[in-house]
Ligand binder design. Structure first.
Ligand code: FES
Ligand code: FES
Length: 174
C-alpha cells in the first residue's frame, strides 16, 4: 500500500505516493526524476547517494523517504543555487577532482556540509570530512585541492582559469 506524502527537495514541494519501505535515494531518483545522486553500494558504504537533510549529510540509500517528510532535502542538483555551476563544482573541474564522476555528486554534497561547518579546513580535516565518500579514480588529491580552493575563496569562472595538470589526458605513444 502506498502512502501519500510531500517531499521538499531543493526548495520545491513534490507530492508523491510512496511505498513505506522505499529509500530516499530511490524516491528522489525514480519518483522525482532527480538522478544526480547515485546508487553505488546501497549499503551506507560509498557515499555516492549523499544528500543533505536539514543541512546535514545522510546516506540516502539507507534513509526511508517517508522519514524525510517535513524536512529540507538538498541534492546535488540544488547545490549551485541560481548559478549553472557553483564554485565547488568549478573547483572540482579545475583541480582534477573529477574523473569518471560517479562519486562526484556525493562528494560535492559532503564537501558542502564540511565547508559550512568548517570554512577553512586543513587537508587532514578535508580528508576526514570526506571519509564517508569513496572515489576509485582520483586518489583524492584533486578533491582535497578543490575543497581547499573553495575555502580560499578564489574560484574563477570555467574557461578562464588554468586547470591542474592532472586533468590533462595521458598521451599514448603510437
Ligand atoms: S549508495 Fe548509499 S552509501 Fe553507497
Ligand atoms: S571520479 Fe570516479 S569514482 Fe571518483
Amino acid at each position: 500500500m502506498k502512502v501519500v506524502a510531500t517531499l521538499r527537495v531543493n526548495g520545491s514541494d513534490y507530492p508523491v505516493e510512496l511505498d513505506p519501505h522505499v529509500s530516499l535515494l530511490k524516491a528522489v531518483r525514480e519518483e522525482l526524476g532527480l538522478t544526480g545522486s547515485k546508487e553505488g553500494c546501497d549499503d551506507s558504504e560509498c557515499g555516492a547517494c549523499m544528500m543533505l537533510l536539514d543541512g546535514e549529510p545522510v546516506n540516502a540509500c539507507s534513509y526511508l523517504a517517508l522519514q524525510a517528510e517535513g524536512r529540507d532535502v538538498t541534492t546535488v542538483e540544488g547545490l549551485a543555487g541560481d548559478e549553472e555551476v557553483g564554485p565547488l563544482q568549478r573547483a572540482f573541474l579545475q583541480q582534477a577532482g573529477v574523473q569518471c564522476g560517479f562519486c562526484t555528486p556525493g562528494m560535492l554534497v559532503s564537501a558542502t556540509a564540511l565547508l559550512r561547518h568548517n570554512p577553512d579546513p586543513t587537508d587532514e580535516e578535508i580528508r576526514i570530512g570526506l571519509s564517508g565518500n569513496l572515489c576509485r579514480c582520483t586518489g583524492y588529491r584533486g578533491i582535497v585541492r578543490a575543497v581547499r580552493q573553495v575555502a580560499s575563496g578564489e574560484v574563477p569562472p570555467l574557461g578562464t582559469a588554468p586547470v591542474h595538470p592532472d586533468t590533462t589526458p595521458p598521451h599514448h605513444a603510437g
